[in-house]
Design a protein around this ligand. Sequence first.
Ligand code: GCU
Length: 436
Amino acid sequence: MRTPFCFAAFAICFALEAQTQNPPPAPASLPRVTAGIPVNYDEALVGTYQLPDPLKMANGKQVRDARTWTEKRRPEIVRLFEENQYGRSPARPADMTFDVFDTGTPAMDGKAIRKQVTIYFSKDKNGPKEDLVVYVPAGASKPVPLLLCIDFSPNAGTFDDAGIKLGEIWNRDHKRVPAERGSGMFHMKIDNLLAAGYGVAAIYYGDIEPDFLGGLPFGVRALYLKPGKTEPAPDEWGAIAAWGWGMSRAMDYLETDKAVDPRRVGIYGVSRLGKTVMWAGARDTRFALVIASCSGEGGAALSRRNYGETIAHLTAPDRFPYQFCANYARYAAHVDQLPVDANMLVALMAPRPVLLQTGTTDYWSDPKGEFLAAVAAEPVFRLLGKQGLGTSQMPAAGQPIFHTIGYYMHDGPHGTMPGDWKYFLEFMDMHLKGGQ
Ligand code: GCU
């Protein structure tokens, strides 16, 4: 009698597990070919793979203590990502300057004080630069924790605030033209963040580096080309690394602003800018927390899992090869040879908190691939005395798992939905409140 009962129980468990372990099946209407390359949306066909072990040194030795991780293995993994995926970025420019042209103006119906800064990346005032807008809650008596956002819109489009410098945007013809006010794709409402005691700051990714093929001459990467070169070397920065570098330059300013607590600055970005915040957080440990929305392939989703977008799609010549270092395309047909994977990217955040937000119908970005990367990053967080997700069971939509690693899938498409902010705030409160 026992055997059939156990078998039945196992079958039920298995059925339940199978239900919750996979997001809903992809509809047949999704395009199955992108850039001439097939796209797989069938869980049965994701293939088998072995992830590189974040706790095994290149020399084969196992990492058994926090010190070896921090001093040896972590820098080793950063270098591997630099050389093979995002490219090496330069250090902070010696001749960078901050022009604080708005030194503190009441804004957001009196709920905030706004500052604006132009960060010149070199001494050439006509050269590459970025505009930073900073809001801190009005009446704050102590330096505040802050969320630094990198956006698809110039700052005047991101916030509903007539006092923001208009700035410029790249139009469809790849020309810089004056931005429009309040027209941002991801128009941000920040009342709840301000009310909870957070500052909010933003930069526009197009100030740093354009987001189109052939954009190199018009962005900050051009400033750093070696004499006689028209392209960065194969292991030098792509656009994502440049955008992340721009976040670090914003942090350089924030460290000088007495209204902000530089030890409690989190970063947030969506999609390709979700990839950007993952890499910015990995490289620059001054960032205390990362919220990566739908970062997908080339971000927090496992590359070795053949589901949705792959390295081959990302680096196809007419898509986004410029976003990565040129070496990355080598792995389009050989993902098994990539010395890193997204589990290592998540691990580079340890012991700092990182929240991966996905969406049920964002099949292209592979929400399950992000979950599995988080699961596989967990041993590094544990080594450093922090808690990972603590389960290998993928949660249903709307059921966040929040520890030092957070995972939250909304019921809906690619991107951040207004209802997600409640969860972001909860995660920030868990980790950025309290400590000074
Ligand atoms: C494309 C791209 C993704 C990227 C997304 C975005 O879909 O393939 O990798 O995340 O654009 O930035 O919106």
